[in-house]
Design a protein around this ligand. Structure first.
Ligand code: ATP
Ligand code: MG
Length: 555
């Protein structure tokens, strides 16, 4: 498939095609405008792939703009985390990073322009009164008594606001639009409020801050954004967006287009709620691998390509919907099946002693890193008389369906020999601790010459050369598909969302594992080394299991 054929199609791209075809625009400029009040989640990944993907495919540009008009909730650490996530997803923003706060002076100028045109006024209603005057969906609002203050007086009052002469909440600047509009956002919305807050970019320079609806459209215009793409909850606000653009002298006329946000089953997608999980230590930080944040998926071994593929598969529409977890997992599973090197790890080890193998012998077996991709080469896996195998891979007796090790039956040890179990030892609780077996010396890479038919293949590690490891198995964080619909999501948290296994034994080549780069642990699933500091300890996080277990769970 050519690159052009491989492009996604969606209604926004159709609009852009039309705009370019009929000369409305000659080039495309988009932006991704996160508020730096938390880490980005997979919903943002959808918006990133959409905005940056369009810029890429149309030879346009996409800005990264921090929408930073709420100084109290924002933090420079979020700015760093967001930049990292966008780059990790494989995208580059045009030129420098932008901040809405870069435009505070200009925005202030536009506010003054509205006042001069008689289209904005300083209002002194308190919050209770303001609510009463606003009306409801069924009842029109009433004009504020301050609505007809003269232009001169409003200019003076707004200057006083800027100078810090009013307290927080004492007054605000409102656009003079229409108190009887059926769109609540058009009922004289507040465009500036007083906040004596330190800002991560502008310090203490300002004590008035512009509201989102005023800031966003004007930032788009200042940056020459052609298509300003946002989620559906801003659909009504498009009236206000257009009103502001029409009523001040801006250098360009951006347009807003809305698409439906991503909802993912078993996941919360609001930064406010994710922040609660972090603040209450219900998870181990924003990048806890159970979180739906980009940083968490990275820490868990997801690849950027798998996240982009996910964004492509879910598409872009105006329909509200919730995506099944299995869609996301299929993307990473397919990627890792093709690309992840294989390795062996035993999570719940028991000893396997090969009684007819020389005691002092140690072989370096050469094992393929990938079953079908020769380019991934081979590695050396040590093999000797004592190995570890998975406890669940041995039974004293079993029926035909059990394709693993059974007494008097043969299995192949992955990449090594065929062995036949002879007997086992148990501890006081009756659990098997050691299995004894014999091996067929001529079966390395060959079928047994004596007609023995191995029942299956099991994985193993060498007992003396293997390394100890901690393995973390992650499950969904919530027990219900739509935790956001619960009154209190605390009551639907999955207490088994993290299982930590301290007993694992892994093959020595994994000492060179790199953080975030997943392996397939043969027969177990995909795992990557954790990206936090653990000293000499090897800690692996499960990316995803080998098969889809979600489909089963949700039925
Ligand atoms: P949240 O509700 O999680 O706090 P937000 O919309 O307040 O999200 P922003 O930082 O303002 O977060 O979002 C930046 C961009 O990402 C916006 O254009 C927004 O529309 C988009 N976005 C946010 N959440 C989603 C989502 N779930 N699906 C798709 N796009 C999203
Ligand atoms: Mg927001």
């Amino acid at each position: 498939m050519s690159e052009a054929e491989n492009r996604p199609t969606n209604f926004i791209r159709q609009i852009i095609d039309t705009d370019l075809a009929n000369g409305k625009h000659n080039s495309v400029q988009t932006r991704f405008p996160p508020e730096p009040n938390g880490f980005l989640h997979i919903g943002h990944a959808k918006a990133i792939c959409l905005n940056f993907g369009i810029a890429q495919d149309y030879n346009g540009l996409c800005n990264l703009r921090f929408d930073d008009t709420n100084p109290e909730k924002e933090d420079i650490n979020y700015v760093h985390a967001i930049k990292k996530d966008v780059q990790w997803l494989g995208f580059e923003w045009a030129g420098d990073i932008h901040y809405s706060s870069d435009y505070f002076e200009k925005l202030h100028g536009y506010a003054v322009e509205l006042i001069e045109k008689g289209l904005a006024y300083v209002d002194f209603l308190d919050s209770l009164q303001a609510r009463e005057y606003r009306g409801t969906l069924n009842k029109p609002g009433k004009n504020s008594p301050y609505r007809d203050t003269s232009v001169e007086e409003n200019l003076a009052l707004f200057a006083k606001m800027r100078n810090g002469e009013f307290k927080e909440g004492e007054c605000s600047l409102r656009a003079k639009i229409d108190m009887s509009s059926s769109f609540m956002c058009m009922r004289d919305p507040i465009i500036y409020r007083v906040r004596f807050a330190h800002h991560h970019q502008t310090g203490d320079k300002w004590c008035i801050y512009p509201m989102y609806d005023f800031t966003h459209c004007l930032s788009d215009a200042i940056e020459g954004i052609t298509h300003s793409i946002c989620t559906l909850e801003f659909q009504d606000n498009r009236r206000l967006y257009d009103w502001v653009i029409e009523n001040v002298s801006v250098p360009a006329t951006p347009h807003q287009y809305e698409f439906s946000r991503l909802n993912l089953e078993y996941t919360l997608m609001s930064k406010r709620k994710l922040n609660t999980l972090v603040e209450e230590n219900l998870v181990d930080g924003w990048d806890d691998p159970r979180m739906p944040t980009i940083a968490a998926f990275r820490r868990r071994g997801y690849t950027p390509a798998s996240m982009r593929e996910f964004a492509k598969r879910i598409g872009v529409t105006k329909m509200e919907n919730t995506v099944e977890m299995s869609v996301l997992e299929a993307c990473i599973r397919e990627d890792l099946n093709d690309n992840a090197p294989r390795a062996m790890a035993v999570l719940d080890p028991i000893k396997l002693v090969i009684e007819n193998y020389p005691e002092d012998k140690l072989e370096d077996l050469i094992v393929k890193n990938h079953p079908s991709n020769e380019e991934q080469g081979t590695r050396i896996v040590p093999f000797s008389r004592e190995l570890y195998i998975e406890a669940e891979d041995f039974r004293e007796e079993a029926n035909k369906k059990y394709k693993r090790l059974v007494i008097d039956k043969a299995v192949r040890l992955r990449g090594a020999y065929v062995v036949t179990a002879t007997r086992c030892e148990k501890n006081e609780q009756g659990n098997v601790t050691t299995v004894y077996c014999n091996y067929l010396a001529d079966t390395l890479g060959k079928n047994p010459s004596d007609g023995t038919k191995p029942k299956g293949v099991i994985h193993w590690v060498d007992a003396s050369k293997s390394l100890n490891a901690t393995v973390r198995l992650y499950d969904r964080l919530f027990t219900v598909a739509n935790p956001a619909a619960e009154q209190d999501f605390h009551s639907v948290m999955n207490s088994g969302s993290l299982v930590t296994i301290k007993t694992a034994k892994v093959e020595p080549s994994l000492s060179k594992a790199k953080a975030e780069v997943a392996f397939q642990f043969e027969r177990q699933g995909y795992f990557c080394l954790d990206n936090h500091e653990h000293g000499d300890e090897l800690v692996f996080n499960r990316t995803v299991g080998l098969r889809d277990t979600w489909a089963k769970i949700s039925k």
